[in-house]
Design a protein around this ligand. Sequence first.
Ligand SMILES: [Zn+2]
Ligand SMILES: [Zn+2]
Length: 343
Amino acid sequence: MEQYPMAVVTAPGRVEFKKRTLPPFGSHDVLLRVKACSICGGDLHIYKGKHPLAPLPMAIGHEISGEVIETGKAVSKVSLGDRVAVEPVITCGTCYFCIRGEYHLCENIGYQYSSGQGGFTPYFVVSENWVHLLPDFISFEEGALFEPLAVAVHACCKAQVELGHSTAIFGAGGIGLFLLQVVKAAGGSEVFIVDLLEHRLKTALSLGAHFSINVAEEDPVERIIKETHGLGVDRSFEAVGVEKTLRQSAESLKKGGICVLIGLFEEPHRVLFPVNLFVQREIQIRGCRGYCWDFQVALELVRDGKVQLKPLISHQLPLSDLRKAFEILLDAKAQANKVIIQL
Ligand SMILES: [Zn+2]
Ligand SMILES: [Zn+2]
């Protein structure tokens, strides 16, 4: 059987290409020629050996687009030559949550990469249920970004953003920059975006943020409270995964406001939080996990021109430069947003 290289993190800071044979091909599966795979914050956690749920060695890459080059006998949703984005989950379909349609909470949820199939590889086998057709005007590079966009859509729904709501987004990485656009599409008014990298804040402003706050220069809570005339924002999003920003996203809230937590904490058991805020200000903090029927919404938002994918792409590199791509992402001077590997 033929073997293909696939990127695996074998030790902190070490990416190796391991040979693999393709997984068994079922009647509802499709074979993709992978065309683009974007590097996610989660991949960076794995690369550093600090992903709390992904012990090394671990395959990487789950923001994938490609072309259908083979279909199983029972496949009806896609045809040869179709261009698709991959929803990289594996669910059991039979547990309590799957039957309720809440497949992101599946008792047996897995991801393709943690089941041995990363995206930095030329071929990928996936069920037809987990591919989504790309609009013609969307490139494969942009198509790889539907996964983080779906995360942002899910987070916005969890926050129940309403017309006129003010929002603060902590973290202007890929998720933050998509959230900004999704929140505005949902009717949000003033958007504050908070980060410490100036180039990301610039991108956020060009995508329609009203206020950018560089935490290296000013205190975000003070600024948000001042600009909202002492009230705070209706909704906040923590898309960093750090104790300090979690506290700040709660402290920036208006009374009765809701904060949605998206960031993955590398040190999850060491969080100090001013818990009396819950009672004193009747705030809520909500969790948000992955996506569930959110790729469909993400596709509609892009089709309608309400969300742009391209401005987030800062670098495009060939597969042979994958190691360099990680170096770029970890180098603040490189001014990276989303780094895409082309295959
Ligand atoms: Zn991702
Ligand atoms: Zn399940």
